[in-house]
Structures are given as structure tokens and as C-alpha cells.
Design a protein around this ligand. Sequence first.
Ligand code: KIV
Length: 272
Amino acid sequence: MSVAKKEYKRVTVKSLVDMKKNGEKISMLTSYDYTMAKIVDGAGTDVILVGDSASNVMAGHETTLPITLDQMIYHASSVVRAAKRALIVVDLPFGSYQSDPKEALHSSIKIMKQSGGHAIKLEGGKEIKESVKRILNAGIPVMGHLGLTPQSIYKFGTYTVRAKEEEEAEKLKKDALMLERLGCFALVLEKVPAKLAQEVAESLTIPVIGIGAGSGVDGQVLVTHDMVGMTHEFNPRFLRRYMNLYEEMTEAISQYCKDVKTVDFPNQEEQY
Ligand code: KIV
């Protein structure tokens, strides 16, 4: 379906709900630094997620668990300086909200004050209900995240599709409804069956943004480094690579190395 796109000077949490109402799909991508955020924002992405996937993509950790609150704030403030149109959502990292609602609120306030981001995202359902309430009561917009929640990877044991079984699917549906009722402005569903994701999206008024959750949701999110093919070892079925930057950069850099060795670079025009 082709939908007339409304122009937004700055995408807000309200714009996202309007997009859902108007049947306009929402585009969301990650950024962790100024240069990437400039490109992602300039290309018209509606939401920039400063994801804790920075732990994998930027720092080379195996999981998202090691990244700290201060590191997330560093990444988010670089993104905030670059993005002029997108709504900027910042992940609360593992260990910054799980112990109690007061800690969750303090971490959220620290992110909002020190990075200038517009909203926070956190993983989980019923278990984090009181924290979500507390953060929302402080006027901080909250995006939920259900399905595969990478901060719980050691509980799951694998990164495979979640909620294939009835019991887990039922819990996910209840959690999604609870997050909407509490006042979350949007929900990420990661790696769940497309049919379930569509059912959840249709049952909620807030937008559901999917990653590996099929096309029946209200928007899509990918890790930018994956979709531009800068990373090449991670190949899940849901990932569409729009280019192969890994190969292109490797070619360019090896050409540069050759040119330096052979004194082809710099040439006459490239010096003073
Ligand atoms: O951290 C992240 O990049 C995410 C997305 C994969 C949704 O949470």
C-alpha cells in the first residue's frame, strides 16, 4: 500500500502513533556515533536507536551485557549532536535497571540529562512493570522490547526465534498489552513468528516495530552496520544487506596500502 508521507521537522513519540494511525510504516535504524547518525538521519530514518548492540558492534563483545551506562551516554550524545530529524531512543544497558525501580529511574534520568536523547528503551515485561511505571511518571517516554531480549541471553541459551510455543506466546501478548496500558509509546518485537507479531500489532494502538518479526507490524528496525554489510559474520534470515561495505572497504583499504608502498599516493596534486 502506498501512503502519502507527512513531513516531520522532528519525529516525536506522538508522530509515531500518528504514523500507525495513518498506515505509514516506521523506519528505525541504529547509530552509535556522530558520522553514522548524520547519514542515517539525513537519509530520512524516522527513529534512531542508540542500541546496546554497540557492545557487539563497536566494542567487539560477544553479548550486549558488558556495555555500561556511561558508555551508552557517550554513544548517545554523539548521535544527538548529529541527528536533526529522527527521534532518538537510547537503550538502558544491562545492570542499569534490573535491581529496582529507583535505579531504573536514576539511570533513565542520567541518560536524558547527559545525552540529550528523547526516550529510553528497556527489555522485558511483567518483571519490569514497576520500573516502567516509575520512569513514565517522571515524564520520560519508554519503548518496550519483547521476544528475543539479548540482555537475557544466558537465560535463553541461544539466539533462536522466541515465543513459538503457546505458553510463551501468551505471556508475550499479555506483556505487550501491559506495556501499552502503562503508557509505553512503542514496542520492539525481536525474532518472533510473523503471525504472532502481526496479531500483537493489530491488538495495540501503539506502534510495534519488528526485527525478525515479519511484515505485519508497524515498522522495522535493523542494525545499520549489518544492513550496509559492514559486518559480515552475522547472517540471520531476517537481515537484508543493502550493500557490501565490508568488501568495498577492504578493497579500498588494500588499494591504499599498495599505493603507499609503491609511492603512487600521494601524487603531485595531493601535496603542497
Ligand atoms: O540494541 C539493539 O540494536 C536493539 C535492536 C536490535 C532492536 O535492541
